[in-house]
Design a protein around this ligand. Structure first.
Ligand code: NAD
Ligand code: MG
Length: 386
């Protein structure tokens, strides 16, 4: 029996994680759940999974959550203090980090310091502070399991192999909803078009990141830290079918890949149950029914955001934090109808151009760089938006 905390239980990853827990009550027990704004879903989850601690991210919502939980045997907390309490709860052995954005940083760091193993969905943590997190993981001797499907695929493809035998890592990308859209039409695509991902059903922020290809840029940085591989050895292939979840090429020319039906329950279950495997209900893969698997290089014009991520990771420690912050703001402004789709990349690029990168020694410094990037990106969006 493994005791778990889910940070961000009401999101797409959180809900899929609870489906795995529901299917295996003999293997997983929920100790704490945390949510942002969706209190109704949180309360339904509390009724079903009986955590001893429930946390709402925004302190002003604590009274309402308490009222909604009256009569239930659960402690209610809120704010960063509550998120940290959930991440460090005594009985918890593994924390599923499934908050979206840089908001996941502090609770995930607290979980590592409390010696909890981490199932990491929140890629922004490694993007903004990869070197600090990998140091923390080593210092506290915890295990960090990737939940991101590409990184789970790489993790499964490198088991039993030596890091020095890796020639390169090949991340696959679906290409998102605009795979076949000519670049000249991208300035006019709508929020609805951008949210219409062909293969994966995810939270809004990552869905927009997939459409701009920033998601793949964030994943390159995530892979750089998780697998201690320089970015020069990390390549991206567009693979519209999303069947090959990623690959590792070795120095002898052999390539090992992991394949499966695109469903996040598979990588979540692998992170939760490692080194065992548990049933997930994911549809088995029947290659004979597929019309073909294709791979090609991304077009630079349609993957500007990914280019910015490569630029950020090579230009110094604070730059990815600033880039990530600018991206979070620009995506929110796009979803809000304030800037156009292609202005997301414009805003990030302009924010990065105004920043001189410096070293980041502490998480507080990461948060400062993040704050700086947000403020500037907000101004830039106001200036360029309508
Ligand atoms: P989501 O928007 O569906 O859910 C996010 C969760 O975080 C929700 O529970 C929300 O209430 C909570 N939250 C939001 N803002 C918060 C804040 N400021 N403080 C505390 N909690 C907050 O997002 P998602 O799609 O589940 O993605 C979660 C993370 O996993 C992201 O980092 C994403 O990049 C990563 N990821 C997601 C998928 C996917 O299939 N959805 C795949 C790979 C990686
Ligand atoms: Mg992914």
């Amino acid at each position: 029996m493994k005791n778990i905390t889910i940070l961000g239980s009401t999101g797409s990853i959180g809900v899929s994680t609870l489906e795995i827990v529901e299917a295996h009550p003999d293997k997983f027990r929920v100790i704490a759940l945390t949510a942002g704004k969706n209190l109704e879903l949180l309360v339904r989850q509390i009724r079903q999974f009986s955590p001893r601690l429930a946390v709402v991210a925004f302190p002003e919502d604590i009274p309402l959550l308490k009222e909604m939980c009256s009569g239930l045997d659960v402690t209610v907390m809120g704010g960063v203090e509550g998120l940290i309490a959930a991440a460090t709860a005594d009985e918890t052995e593994m924390v599923v980090a499934a908050i979206v954005g840089a908001a996941g940083l502090i609770p995930t760091a607290a979980a590592i310091r409390a010696r909890k193993d981490i199932a990491l969905a929140n890629k922004e943590t490694l993007v903004t502070a990869g070197h600090l997190f990998m140091d923390l993981v080593a210092e506290y001797g915890v295990r960090l399991f990737p939940v991101d499907s590409e990184h789970s695929a790489i993790f499964q493809s490198i088991e039993g192999h030596r890091n020095e035998d890796i020639q390169k890592i090949i991340l696959t990308a679906s290409g998102g909803p605009f795979l076949n859209t000519p670049p000249s039409l991208l300035p006019n695509v709508t929020v609805r078009d951008a949210l219409n991902h062909p293969n994966w059903n995810m939270g809004k922020k990552i869905t927009i990141d997939s459409a701009t290809m920033m998601n793949k840029g964030l994943e390159v940085i995530e892979a750089r830290w998780l697998f201690n591989t320089p970015v020069e050895r990390i390549e991206v292939n567009i693979h519209p079918q999303s069947i090959v979840h990623s690959m590792v090429e070795y120095i002898d020319g052999c390539v090992i890949a992991q394949l499966g039906t695109p469903d996040m329950k598979a990588p979540i279950a692998y992170a939760l149950a490692y080194p065992e495997r548990v049933t997930t209900g994911v549809k088995p893969l029947d290659l004979t029914t597929l019309s073909g698997l294709t791979f090609f290089n991304p077009e630079p014009e349609k993957s500007r955001c990914m280019g910015l991520a490569y630029r950020a990771i090579t230009s110094g420690e604070s730059m990815p934090a600033v880039m990530n912050a600018a991206n979070e703001i620009a995506v929110a402004e796009f979803l809000d109808g304030k800037i156009s789709f292609t202005q997301i990349a414009d805003a990030i690029e302009r924010t990065m151009s105004s920043h001189s990168a410096y070293d980041l020694i502490t998480i507080e410094e990461v948060l400062k760089a993040d704050h700086w990037g947000r403020e500037l990106a907000r101004e830039i969006c106001k200036e360029i938006g309508h």
